[in-house]
Design a protein around this ligand. Structure first.
Ligand code: GLA
Length: 386
């Protein structure tokens, strides 16, 4: 939706013009999957697919929410922000407002219209984009200066405790802290980070959505978290360690016998994926894209065989991508079980790549994948409209 349309939509709902546009980004993750909640390093980047919030401060005590494509307005009373956990839409916003209030931010009334261009359920973090954009709007109207990392943490808290999804910090951090044309190498144990130029020369990152219908990603995600917790506890009985990401592949090989069954497989993924992140960042810095592509493939195989979060759709989409000579590597991103893949593809061949992979996927799975034209952008933007 163009900006003028967003402004008109706002006016159609609330009768006046919006004064501000706050946006926060959806994200990809180059590599480092399912390790943020194990204290590992991840490597996400913010997208031009974003949550756009057209906004205006009001004098009341009510936050009014309107959404693209939905007729009703959802109202949140700022005096009882803890009472909206069961909302189907608006609970992320209520959660963010609630935890900001708990931090001492004085939440004031405002009207917010959401045009989220991050596809829902795609693994591109629409929820983080909604949370972070809302947090920015509420802080701006409360007149407080905010630290973006803190906004990411509050957004994560809202998702964990208010919406009940036990996610790590990667998505909200990328959404708030992303930088144009860079990926963020984020140490999830310390929140130290480094921006690394995502320069792929003659190559582009192609994002594809397998479009698998929604299938209880949250509950399966929470099970994986319990499994790695179990692994950590078992290893801690013999080793002095705070998180799984701390141990090297060598140490893991020595102590793996303490673990069994799926718990051993999950832990092995985490340890090896952390190692791959280091290698991938080195490869990118050296311009060795073939090596980066190889590591992306390895990451996918590990998510498929050890972490078991892919499924036939994501496996097919990445396998068809790898068959294309113009593709250096391909893997699923995000929580998995559905959602998106990224592939490194020669720029001049992207069109053919999309055609071939799209057709092969449709023939094999019975419905279409979507391909998105994207760019890497800043996480948060703030713009005055009036
Ligand atoms: C989801 C979560 C993140 C992260 C990824 C997997 O996107 O929100 O915190 O755990 O899955 O890497």
């Amino acid at each position: 939706m163009k900006k003028v349309e967003g402004m008109q939509e706002f006016k159609a709902f609330f009768g006046v013009e919006p004064t501000d546009l706050f946006t926060a980004a959806g994200r990809i993750n180059v590599i480092g999957e399912h390790i943020d909640y194990c204290g590992g390093k991840v490597f996400p980047a913010a997208l031009n697919l974003r949550c756009n919030v057209y906004a205006r401060k009001t004098t009341g005590k009510t936050i009014r929410l309107a959404f693209r494509g939905i007729d009703e307005i959802v109202e949140l009373d700022t005096n009882c922000l803890d009472s909206y956990k069961d909302l189907k839409i608006g609970n992320y916003q209520a959660g963010v407002a609630y935890y900001l209030q708990e931090e001492g931010v004085s939440i004031v009334g405002c009207d917010l219209y959401y045009d989220c261009t991050v596809p829902f359920g795609s693994g591109l973090s629409s929820s983080a984009a909604i949370e972070v954009a809302t947090a920015v709007a509420l802080c701006e109207y409360a007149g407080v200066t905010y630290d973006k990392v803190n906004l990411a943490l509050i957004s994560q808290r809202a998702e964990n405790k208010y919406a009940g999804v036990n996610c790590g910090i990667m998505d909200q951090f990328a959404s708030a802290m992303g930088k144009k044309n860079h990926a963020v190498l984020l140490d999830c144990a310390t929140l130290q980070y480094e921006y690394v130029p995502l320069s792929l020369g003659e190559y582009a990152l192609v994002i594809a959505n397998c479009n698998k219908p929604h299938n209880l990603v949250e509950s399966k995600y929470n099970v994986r978290r319990q499994e790695v917790e179990t692994a950590l506890k078992a290893l801690q009985s013999k080793l002095n360690m705070r998180c799984l990401a701390e141990i090297s592949p060598k140490v893991f090989a020595e102590w793996k016998h303490l673990l069994s069954g799926v718990v051993a497989k999950r832990a092995e993924h985490v340890v090896m994926e952390c190692y791959r992140v280091e290698k991938a960042v080195q490869a990118l810095k050296m311009g060795d894209l073939a090596e980066l592509g190889r590591l992306l493939n390895e990451s996918h195989y590990s998510l498929r065989d050890l972490y078991e979060v892919t499924g036939k759709e994501l496996d097919a989409l990445t396998a068809f991508a790898r068959k294309e000579p113009a593709c250096l590597g391909s893997r699923m991103i995000g929580a998995g079980f559905g959602g998106c893949t990224i592939s490194i593809v020669k720029k001049t061949e992207v069109e053919g790549f999309i055609r071939h992979v799209g057709k092969a996927y449709h023939d094999a799975i019975g419905y279409k994948a979507s391909f998105y034209e994207t760019s890497i952008e800043d996480g948060i933007t703030v713009e005055k409209l009036l």
